[in-house]
Design a binder for this molecule. Sequence first.
Ligand code: PXL
Length: 261
Amino acid sequence: MKRIVTIQDFSCVGSCSLTAAIPVLSAAGVECCGIPTALLSNHTGFPTFYSIDLTDELAPISDQLKREHIDFDGVYTGYIASIDQIEHIEEFIRRFRKPGDPLFIDPVMGDNGKAYSTVTPAFIDRMRQLCRRADLILPNATEAGLLLEKELPAQLDEEGARALADELAASLTPNVVVTGLQLDKYIACAGAGRDRFVVKKLHIARSFPGTGDLYGAVLIGSLIQGNALSAAADNAAEFVALAIQKTPCDQDTRFGVWFEP
Ligand code: PXL
């Protein structure tokens, strides 16, 4: 069985980051180790939250894993709270990534056209550098705009979606899947790199935190199972669409989608 390490926060409530990645990758037949960058009572989409920063724990955890000769077949990063954490994560990658091991980066920085409050221009710049080391990045439309320093139109057509993914691939990394693109009555993801494609699903007008994290985990699980990037992107889009459909309309959206069924 492949053993992946994912580095992102642990939010006790709200089905995102580690609590989305670990169960999904486990169900995909991948051993998923989680290194938390922060412990939050709940994700930041709630009006308030309590957070313990674990940046200073990353080096001792990494030292200890080395002492036990533990290794991984790939690294997957999600939400990162600060530039300092990016530095630590890069050091972890230097120590643990063997030649040929994939590095998946979800450059979590914003959604719905807005950057998260912790995201500064310096952070975006540092995230861009991290993305350059990746085999695959998974920005949503907002993050694609931040990485390219440009305003995206509210609506794209298929050619525009492909061109956006191509531009990210040309400037950052060999493989890209951009998610959450509005294409008429569809929501689309566009891939560039060894597989160039657009995957479209009927747009469901409901928005939940954590769906990007679920998308990333399904896509990575599906890739590790040996699927092509386009098939993995399609599986992930289908999974998220089904999870939204399983979530009752009167459910408090801040708890995320019901992906468990
Ligand atoms: O799902 C993205 C995410 C992950 N982790 C934390 C968040 C968010 C989005 O708001 O707040 C802590």
